[in-house]
Design a protein around this ligand. Structure first.
Ligand code: HPA
Length: 270
């Protein structure tokens, strides 16, 4: 895998990409962040050597390099999910590439179901921790020491300083943000009412099908992570309704403006 990563990194560098300040993985319905990026280079995933090609509608599969608030950004519009059939090495490949491009700070976003009864649809939740309930671990197998250590510390998976800075920015902009624990399940089914209940009982505030593998691999390589979830549906007693991918995308749009503002200011100030 190491050689493949170097090949992909070289391809991107040859395209003119130098070390970006931030890597951003854009989740479901959050792709419009690219509308505020001053785009310098745009590459379809299908053109990038060794890149898997995303299959879900709403995840368009484009790599965007440009400027946001005077910082250089590498944005991944479209991510790879385990439920698509990719293995965890493929799911997390872009994170490895980011590290070897020199990126040290990662912002990961997603859409998720809220199981905390204080949450509403359209809320933004900053991740302060996660619970990994995915059936495969991205670090299973022989450890390659060029990436990181065998046994990765996860006591601060989400960087406390980045989280505090983002909270501060939200406060200044009078944008309400929640904080909480994200639990990852493999999907692609949404949760049954009993599963939502389980997620809450396990200590999580939101549930989704992504992010955790990427953050694990980022931490393996000592990258700092900021995780942001948009609550697109609710999974607690009395509020459980039918969910669809379309409804999730619609609800994610509710938060898009707020989220763009937060990220724009965050990047400016950090
Ligand atoms: N469950 C899992 N993934 C999700 C959900 C959900 O309720 N909403 C958006 N992504």
């Amino acid at each position: 895998m190491y050689e493949k990563i170097q090949e992909t990194v070289k391809y991107l560098q040859d395209k003119g990409l130098s070390t970006p300040d931030y890597g951003i993985i854009l989740g479901t319905g959050l792709g419009s962040l690219v509308s505020i990026i001053d785009i310098k280079i745009k590459i379809l995933y299908s053109e990038i050597p060794n890149f898997p090609v995303s299959t879900v509608s709403g995840h368009s599969g484009t790599l965007i390099y440009g400027e946001l608030s005077g910082k250089t950004i590498l944005a991944f519009q479209g991510r790879f999910h385990y439920y698509e059939g990719w293995n965890m090495q493929q799911v997390t490949f872009p994170v490895r590439v980011m590290k070897f491009l020199g990126i040290e700070k990662l912002i990961v976003s997603n859409a998720s179901g809220g199981v905390n009864p204080n949450f509403s649809v359209g809320d933004i939740m900053l991740l302060n921790d996660h619970i990994n309930m995915m059936p495969e671990h991205p670090l299973r197998g022989k450890n390659d020491d060029r990436f990181g250590v065998r046994f990765v510390d996860m006591h601060e998976a989400y960087d406390h300083q980045m989280l505090a800075n983002m909270e501060e920015i939200a406060k200044e902009n009078k944008i309400k943000v929640q904080k909480g624990v994200y639990l990852a399940l493999q999907g692609p089914t949404f949760e049954t009412p009993a599963e939502y209940r389980m997620v809450g009982l396990l200590g999580a505030d939101a549930v989704g099908m992504s992010t955790v593998p990427e953050v694990i691999v980022a931490r393996h390589m000592n990258m700092k992570c900021l995780g942001i979830s948009v609550i697109t549906d609710l999974g607690f007693e009395g509020h459980i309704e039918e969910v669809s991918h379309e409804a999730v995308q619609e609800a994610a749009k509710l938060a898009e403006g707020k989220l763009c503002k937060l990220i724009e200011d965050f990047v400016l100030r950090n």
